[in-house]
Design a protein around this ligand. Structure first.
Ligand SMILES: [Zn+2]
Length: 262
């Protein structure tokens, strides 16, 4: 069994500490920032870091963490290892579908381009967990910094096909803002409304809104609902977006642009 502990970093990032009940060896998803991570380790030994993508707010602590734990392996997409190391300290490259093991738990690397071209989601099938970085957020998705709408839509569709009860841990606490946006897209979606109430209650108490599940995301994320007629209609009524017969990818592209300016 894998335990997951959230470590808030910077203003709204999460690093995730992975541990098992019978070992003081731990692993990390995203070495965002060294100080809060070292504090959360509490003397336990860091064996590995899984880097979801190369952005500085996700890898900013890697090198300092390696100074504390020189034996720690740092995983990232294989193209980054070959290509000039945008992931500081990376030691292991993973390709799409490649299996690995940390803390005795099996994971699969899923290449999910769009936010960046080398983004990776780490899926732990036996534990029912997926770490999605900035590809899939609660009720949202990352900006298209490097990839195309088709790439990100394909990546999200792939993640959405994981078992519905898979727990989704994303890289940022963006849920409240994302649900405000979702409400503009689908004002009558009751699941979105309930999730927004739950989220605001948690944030008032200073609690995180992570994790979610694939089933919750399918019901409440407009970016996973580009094939729903109400979402298509909402996008089609946007100024300058008056076009009929949009494909789901075109709906997705317009939805992402709308969110950019929201
Ligand atoms: Zn990012």
């Amino acid at each position: 069994m894998l335990n997951v502990t959230l470590i808030p970093c910077y203003s709204d990032n999460y690093a995730y500490l992975l541990s098992t009940p019978d070992s003081d060896e731990v692993a990390l998803v995203d070495g965002c920032e060294a100080a809060p991570i070292v504090a959360a380790l509490g003397g336990r030994r860091l064996a590995a870091i899984l880097a979801t993508h190369h952005h500085p707010d996700h890898v900013g602590g890697n090198l300092e963490l390696r100074e504390h734990f020189p034996a720690a392996a740092i995983y990232g997409h294989a193209a980054e290892l070959a290509d000039g190391q945008r992931i500081p300290g990376q030691t292991i490259g993973v390709a799409d579908g490649e299996a690995g093991s940390i803390l005795g738990r099996r994971f699969l690397a899923l290449h999910v381009p769009g936010h960046t071209l080398t983004a990776v989601a780490f899926y732990f099938p036996d534990d029912g967990l997926v770490f999605t970085g900035d590809t899939m957020f609660g009720a949202g998705c990352g900006r298209l910094f490097e990839g195309t709408p088709l790439q990100l839509h394909t990546s999200l569709t792939r993640l959405a096909q994981l078992p519905p009860l898979t727990q989704v841990y994303s890289g940022h606490e963006y849920l409240a803002r994302n649900l405000q946006f979702a409400r503009q897209v689908e004002p009558a979606n009751v699941a979105m409304q309930q999730r927004e109430q739950d989220c605001l209650a948690r944030r008032e108490q200073g609690l995180p809104c992570e994790p979610s599940t694939i089933a919750t995301e399918l019901a409440t994320s407009p970016f996973l609902r580009c094939d729903v007629s109400l979402v298509q209609a909402a996008v089609a009524t946007r100024p300058a977006e008056l076009q009929a017969e949009l494909s789901p990818v075109e709906v997705f592209a317009r939805l992402r642009r709308w969110r950019n300016s929201f």
